[in-house]
Design a protein around this ligand. Structure first.
Ligand code: ATP
Length: 365
């Protein structure tokens, strides 16, 4: 008999709509486990966030980092509430510490046009948008976070940092991702997005990109300055596949690409390092819609799909890879056959209705 492989998943529901969208994703993961068998996810709750901070003065449970480190993946809802701040005025952000501690350098942010989801561009070809922004997530301009200097109320400075080891890993990740996407019909193209015409750090970034591309002759490599990319992502986003870029550029461009295919409620995200990975929607805790069953759960559900894909690849579990692909088909067909249209997209379906429709469809396939 086939052995069922167990995976420990740390689950941080967090604040605002976080618990609702995480529960939606867990319901979908359960449906996929039931449909496929062969793998079992053991959920381990970890409490963290702004509400927890308000109640206890702690941003995350004590001992949590050890537990997170011991799990196979982390699934997170959203962290932060506008009225809860640290004494210095900054936001509660234990998830950023997770990113740093675990070296989660590869920020995977897909943007894919689903049928009948809002299309922001008039051109028919926008139906073919299917790209990933790969945002380096541990250095770049964000390296400077908490380290900036203001001298004499007259001048402020922040430092951008690009390192060879991280850039090499990032580019290899980008090319491998493009290769996997190509095997499933993707364009097989990695575009390096930088500002190499102005900054030495980005010329260095591009030089390393050129070195690494040599090992991936089956994948095309392109270049774009970030300003030109902002233009091209509106003019012809359907021509791109994997965009690999620095932290701040990726932060900005991935919001733009999320908007192209609907909005933040469909923007999934994987943050992947050498030994750990965290999956969460790209949106925040949306306190303005909390408790109304209006949150679009798709971003978190699709992030859970990225998690299955990550675990399947890492642990060589074909059934998990299949489950991830089935989930994408279910979401595509669900949109195409008007099973659901989230409130966020002008439809009538709340968090629970969208989740129910997806779970029901998984059982039918
Ligand atoms: P953060 O800085 O943590 O990313 P934010 O304050 O910039 O958060 P969000 O919490 O993402 O922003 O909310 C921005 C807007 O998008 C809000 O109006 C919110 O209601 C809406 N929004 C965010 N996520 C969703 C979702 N899943 N479904 C529907 N609307 C959402």
């Amino acid at each position: 008999m086939q052995k069922t492989r167990q995976f420990g998943i740390s689950v941080i529901e967090g604040d605002g709509i976080g618990p609702d969208v995480v529960q939606a994703a867990v319901a979908v993961l359960d449906a996929l486990q039931a449909r496929f068998g062969g793998f079992a996810l053991r959920y381990e709750p970890v409490i963290a966030g702004a509400r927890y901070y308000r109640e206890t003065g702690l941003e995350i449970e004590s001992g949590a980092f050890e537990r997170l480190a011991g799990s196979d993946a982390i699934l997170l809802g959203a962290i932060g509430l506008p009225d809860v701040r640290r004494p210095d005025g900054t936001e509660i952000s234990p998830h950023l510490e997770v990113r740093d501690r675990f070296g989660l350098y590869a920020g995977v942010r897909p943007a894919k046009a689903y049928p009948n989801a809002p299309r922001r561009l008039l051109d028919e070809r926008a139906a073919g948008i299917d790209l990933v922004v790969l945002r380096e997530s541990t250095e770049g301009l964000f390296f400077t976070q908490g380290r900036g200097e203001i001298s004499g109320d007259a001048e402020a400075r922040e430092t951008l940092r690009i390192t060879r080891p991280t850039s090499e890993k990032l580019f290899d990740f980008a090319f491998r991702l493009a290769r996997r996407r190509k095997a499933r019909g993707g364009r097989g193209l990695v575009t390096c997005v930088d500002k190499a015409n102005v900054f030495r750090a980005f010329a260095f970034f591009r030089k390393i990109f050129d070195e690494r591309r040599a090992a991936f002759a089956d994948i095309d490599a392109g270049y774009a300055y970030v300003d030109a990319m902002a233009l091209d992502l509106i003019r012809h986003p359907w021509d791109f596949d994997v965009l690999v870029t620095e932290n701040m550029f990726g932060d900005i461009l991935s919001d733009l690409t999320a908007a192209l295919v609907g909005g933040m409620g469909i923007a999934s995200c994987g943050e992947i390092g050498d030994a750990h990975a965290l999956f969460q929607p790209a949106h925040g805790s949306a306190p303005d819609i909390v408790g109304q069953d209006r949150a679009n759960p798709l971003a978190t559900i699709l992030s859970a799909g990225l998690m299955l894909d990550y675990l399947g690849e890492r642990h060589d579990e074909p059934l998990m890879l299949e489950a991830a692909q089935l989930l994408d088909r279910v979401v595509t067909d669900g949109f195409a056959e008007r099973d659901f249209l989230p409130v966020e997209f002008g439809g009538r379906d709340g968090t629970r209705a969208v989740t129910r429709a997806i779970v029901a469809r998984i059982a039918r396939y």
